[in-house]
Write a protein that binds this ligand. Structure first.
Ligand SMILES: Cc1cc2nc3c(=O)[nH]c(=O)nc-3n(C[C@H](O)[C@H](O)[C@H](O)COP(=O)(O)OP(=O)(O)OC[C@H]3O[C@@H](n4cnc5c(N)ncnc54)[C@H](O)[C@@H]3O)c2cc1C
Length: 187
C-alpha cells in the first residue's frame, strides 16, 4: 500500500500551492479532487471573468483612437532642446489666434544659478488667445527634456491657462519658468 506524508483534499489554487511547496520540501503528497484540477479560479472565476471583461475593454480602447497632440520631442544636446505642440506656422495654418511669450531663464527664475556657473537658457510658449489654452512650448535649456512634459500634458489635456497660472511651482526649479511665461502672455 502506498504511504503519503500529506493528503490534500481539493485542488484549487490553495491545494495546488500547498502541493507544490510540500513536494519541494521532499514530502510525499496525494491529492483528491472531485471535479477539475485548478478549482474555481481556472474554470469559473478569475480567468473566465477576465476573459469576459477583456472584449469590452478592447472595444472601448479601439473607439478612443490615438491622439498625437502634445507629444514631446527632444534633442539631447548641451543644452537640451525640447518642444511640444504646434509650431507658430502650424498654429497659424490651423487658424489659431496666436499669442506668444519668451523668457530668458536666468533673468526670470533662480534655478539656472543653482544649476550652472554661467547660466542661460530660453523658454517659449504659444497660446490660443480665443480658447485660452497652450498650443506650443519650447525650451533650450538644461533638463528641458524633463520639464517640457508639463507643457505636453497641458496641451494634450487642454488645461485652461487660468488653471496653469494657479499652479504652484517648487522653488527653485525650471518649472517656475511656466509661471513667468504664462504671465507674459497676459491672457
Ligand atoms: C468571479 C470571480 C473572480 C475572481 N477573480 C479573482 C482574481 O482575479 N484574482 C484572485 O486572486 N482571485 C480571484 N477570485 C477568487 C478565487 O477564485 C478564489 O480565491 C480561489 O479560487 C480560491 O482557491 P481555493 O483553492 O481556496 O478554492 P477553490 O478554487 O474553490 O478550489 C477548491 C477545490 O476543492 C474541490 N473540492 C471541494 N470539496 C471537495 C471534496 N470534498 N473532495 C474533493 N474535492 C473537493 C473543488 O472541486 C475545487 O476544485 C475570483 C472569484 C470569483 C468568483
Amino acid at each position: 500500500m502506498d504511504r503519503f506524508d500529506v493528503i490534500i483534499i481539493g485542488m484549487g489554487p490553495g491545494g495546488e500551492t500547498a502541493a507544490e511547496r510540500l513536494l519541494a520540501a521532499g514530502r510525499r503528497v496525494a491529492v483528491v479532487e472531485r471535479e477539475l484540477i485548478g478549482g474555481e479560479c481556472a474554470y469559473w472565476a478569475c480567468m473566465p471573468s477576465k476573459t469576459l471583461l477583456r472584449a469590452p475593454e478592447a472595444r472601448a480602447e479601439a473607439a478612443r483612437g490615438a491622439s498625437y497632440h502634445g507629444i514631446p520631442r527632444v534633442i539631447f544636446g548641451d543644452p537640451e532642446i525640447a518642444a511640444t505642440g504646434y509650431t507658430t506656422g502650424q498654429a497659424r495654418a490651423r487658424g489659431i489666434d496666436v499669442v506668444t511669450a519668451e523668457v530668458a531663464l536666468a533673468d526670470a527664475i533662480a534655478r539656472p544659478f543653482t544649476y550652472e556657473c554661467d547660466p542661460g537658457g530660453t523658454f517659449g510658449l504659444l497660446a490660443d488667445r480665443q480658447r485660452g489654452v497652450l498650443a506650443w512650448a519650447w525650451a533650450v535649456a538644461p533638463l528641458a527634456s524633463e520639464w517640457i512634459h508639463q507643457a505636453a500634458l497641458a496641451i494634450r489635456a487642454q488645461i485652461p491657462i487660468g488653471t496653469l497660472l494657479d499652479q504652484v511651482a517648487q522653488f527653485p526649479t525650471y518649472s517656475e519658468a511656466y509661471l513667468a511665461a504664462l504671465e507674459q502672455l497676459r491672457l
